[in-house]
Design a protein around this ligand. Structure first.
Ligand code: GLU
Length: 428
C-alpha cells in the first residue's frame, strides 16, 4: 500500500480478466464478476478521549453472494482505500469458492491507525461501524471477521452492538470471536496453519523433505506467527522474519542463521506484530533495515503482510535458491512478479488458496454457533487440514494437467464455481 501507483483492485481485475478469457466466459458473466455487486461508504463520528471529535471513513464491499452470504474481514489501516477493499472483497469470493465453502465475498475497512487509538476509541469505532451498516450485514447477508489490525475483541464489540440493535442473540453475525463468546478453537491458528498444510503438500509433491528446508517470512502478525509454529513442528527452520516498526515507520528484518526462536521473538513483540529492535539485538539477531526478508538465501519465501510486496522491484533481490513462495497475505504478488516466478519455475501457492484457512475455520465457527455445540481443537484442525489439502490437490492437479501456473488454476476452479452459481440463479 506504500506505492501510490499500485492499485490492488486493478490487479484483481487484471487477474480475473486473463482467466475469464481462458475460460471463455460469456460477456454478461465477465461483466458481473469483475465488479463488486454492492458497496457502502459511510462516516463514523467518534468522541475521542481528549474530548475532541473525529470522523472516520468506513467501508463494506460485497463482491458476490451467489454461493452464500458475503464473508470477509474488516481491516483497520491508515492507508485503507476503497479500491483495496474492492480487491480484497473480490479475492474473498474466489477464496471461499476454491475451498468450496458456501459463502460469497465481502470485505470491510476503516481508515484509522489502531497504534494511535485507545481501546475505548477502538470500541467506539467498532460499534459505529456496525450502526452504519446494520441493515446490510447479518448472518444471512454478509458476515464480517478479523483482518489486518483487528482481532477477537473487536469482533465481540461488533457482535454486541449488532445484538443490542437487533434485540436478540446472533452469534452467526460475525466470526473470529473469542473462545467462550461464540468463537471456535483453532480460529487464531487457522490462517497460518492452513498455509503450512498447503506448503506441506507442495513439498511432498516435489519430493522435498520439510526438515531440509529454510524459510523467510514477511510480517510477524497472526498469520506468520502460527505459520512459523507449524512449519517448525514439521521440522523446518526459519532464518528471517520482518516486522513493521511504528516508531520509524519502516520495516526491519530480523535474521538468525541458525534459526529463529519463535517463543523468544513472541516475547518481545507487541500486539500488532512489531518486534522490539533493541531486545532482538540483545538476543543475538541481526537487525537489518528495509525489506531484506526477500533477499535471504532460503528455500521458501512466505509474504504474510500486505499487498504489493513482491513486485518488479523487490524480486530483483530474490536468491536463486528460492523454490517455493507461499502467500500468507492477500495480493502480495504483482503480475510482473508472477511472470518472473513462472519463468524461473518457482512454485507459488497463491494467496486465496494459501490463506483460506482463516475463512474455512470462520465457516466452522458459524456451523458450531448454529448447532450451539463446539468442537475440540483437534476436530477443528483435522477438518481444516482436510479442506486445505483437498483444495490444494484440486488446484495442483489442474495446474499439472493443463501445464499452467498455480494461480491461474486456482482462479479457474474458483471462477467456474461462482460463474455457475450465478448462472443457475439466472443472474447472467
Ligand atoms: N480476513 C481473513 C481473510 O482475508 C478471514 C476472513 C473470514 O474469516 O471471513 O481471509
Amino acid at each position: 500500500m506504500s506505492d501510490k501507483s499500485f492499485n490492488a483492485f486493478k490487479m484483481a481485475q487484471h487477474q480475473f480478466d486473463e482467466v475469464a478469457e481462458q475460460l471463455g466466459l460469456d460477456q454478461g458473466t465477465k461483466e458481473l464478476l469483475r465488479t463488486p455487486s454492492r458497496e457502502y461508504h459511510f462516516t463514523i463520528p467518534i468522541r475521542m478521549d481528549d474530548g475532541s471529535y473525529k470522523v472516520f471513513q468506513g467501508f463494506r464491499v460485497q463482491h458476490n453472494d451467489a454461493r452464500g452470504p458475503g464473508k470477509g474481514g474488516i481491516r483497520f489501516h491508515p492507508q485503507e482505500t476503497i479500491d483495496t477493499v474492492r480487491a480484497l472483497a473480490t479475492w474473498m469470493t474466489w477464496k471461499c469458492a476454491v475451498v468450496d465453502i458456501p459463502l460469497g465475498g465481502g470485505k470491510g475497512g476503516v481508515i484509522c491507525d489502531p497504534h494511535n487509538l485507545s481501546m475505548r476509541e477502538q470500541e467506539l469505532i467498532c460499534r459505529g461501524w456496525v450502526r452504519q451498516i446494520v441493515r446490510n450485514v447479518g448472518p444471512l447477508q454478509d458476515v464480517p471477521a478479523p483482518d489486518v489490525m483487528t482481532n477477537a475483541q473487536h469482533m465481540l464489540w461488533m457482535m454486541d452492538e449488532y445484538e443490542k440493535i437487533m434485540g436478540g442473540k446472533f452469534p452467526g453475525f460475525i466470526t473470529g470471536k473469542p473462545v467462550g463468546s461464540g468463537g471456535s478453537l483453532g480460529r487464531t491458528e487457522a490462517t497460518g496453519y492452513g498455509a503450512v498444510y498447503t506448503l506441506r503438500e507442495a513439498l511432498k509433491e516435489h519430493k522435498v523433505d520439510t526438515k531440509s528446508t529454510t524459510a523467510s517470512f514477511q510480517g510477524f502478525g497472526n498469520v506468520s506467527q502460527y505459520a512459523i509454529e507449524l512449519y517448525h513442528q514439521y521440522g523446518g527452520k526459519t532464518i528471517c522474519v520482518s516486522s513493521w516498526d511504528q516508531e520509524d515507520q519502516t520495516s526491519y528484518s530480523f535474521v538468525k542463521e541458525d534459526g529463529i526462536d519463535l517463543e523468544e521473538l513472541r516475547g518481545i513483540t507487541n500486539k500488532f506484530g512489531g518486534i522490539d529492535k533493541d531486545k532482538a539485538k540483545e538476543l543475538g539477531y541481526s537487525v537489518l533495515s528495509g525489506d531484506k526478508w526477500i533477499a535471504q538465501d532460503v528455500d521458501i519465501l512466505f509474504p504474510s503482510a500486505l499487498e504489493n510486496q513482491v513486485n518488479a522491484e523487490t524480486i530483483k533481490a530474490i536468491k536463486p535458491r528460492v523454490k517455493f513462495v507461499v502467500e500468507g497475505a492477500n495480493g502480495p504478488t504483482t503480475p510482473e512478479a508472477d511472470k518472473f516466478f513462472f519463468e524461473k519455475g518457482i512454485f507459488v501457492v497463491p494467496d486465496f488458496l494459501a490463506n483460506a484457512g482463516g475463512v474455512t475455520v470462520s465457516y466452522f465457527e458459524q456451523v458450531q454457533c448454529n448447532m450451539n455445540y463446539f468442537w475440540e481443537k483437534e476436530e477443528v484442525l483435522t477438518k481444516l487440514d482436510q479442506k486445505m489439502t483437498s483444495a490444494f490437490h484440486a488446484v495442483y492437479n489442474l495446474a499439472k494437467k493443463k501445464n499452467i501456473f498455480m494461480r491461474d488454476a486456482a482462479y479457474m476452479i474458483a471462477i467456474s464455481r461462482v460463474a455457475e452459481a450465478s448462472k443457475l440463479r439466472g443472474w447472467v
